[in-house]
Design a protein around this ligand. Sequence first.
Ligand SMILES: [Zn+2]
Length: 261
Amino acid sequence: MSLLETMKEEGRRLRESSGNTKYEKKNWFKPPVGDALIRILPHWSDPKNSPFFHVDKIHFVPKVLKNGAKINLPTKCLEDTAKGCPICAHVIETQLNEPDSPVWRLKASVRFLYNIIDLTKGETLKIWAAPYGIHKDVMMYLDDLNSEFWDLEEGRNWKLTTTKTPKTEYRIRPSSAASAVSNKMKEGLDKMVVLDKVYEENRSDMLAFLGKSSVETDEPSVNVKEELERLEDHEPIQDEKKTDAPLGNEDLERELEKLGI
Ligand SMILES: [Zn+2]
């Protein structure tokens, strides 16, 4: 390939990923069906005084990229900003006028973001949008354990069991014993994700989707009604990929047994 072609290719790649690069690059944890072993990590910059998790409210805003690809762009809900949230306002208004509209699919969903080490196969730093039920259970164990389970020295590992019957269900339990994070992982923790920067504010994409864009754009616009149908499963982009890697990992079995979970 000539240099010109290589540069053109790079340009195409950049355009295609426009607005979504940051989100896709993250190393998301996708719970495998079966057992997984994870370690919930402390706050990324203030482990002594700040919670280990971050809560965000996001909308999946349908967007057409310049290459014609359609994505559901995860975008921070703007309800706490001075101007308010255009998507929330649109949902409320539409529901008043058209009670049967599938507009509820645009409602904000809550994400509980964790930094974790995935210990299932080796050790990998990942971020996890924990389901609400899991977050509730983890918080419940605060009373049971009465210790800072996210602590690097005296914290706990967790066993996460995922079943599909066919509905996906999760169960999480802490190890019966405390353990320290490995030195190798401790050294890499400066790469922990700043969880309050995972999702971005994107008012212009929201307005463009609603057809209220004040800025001239050469991007094709989105058909709101059509896109609402497409939003049916209302799932984040990372969950669209197949996550059914079965485990059957003997090392993991042994590890879980040792931990008493
Ligand atoms: Zn909103």
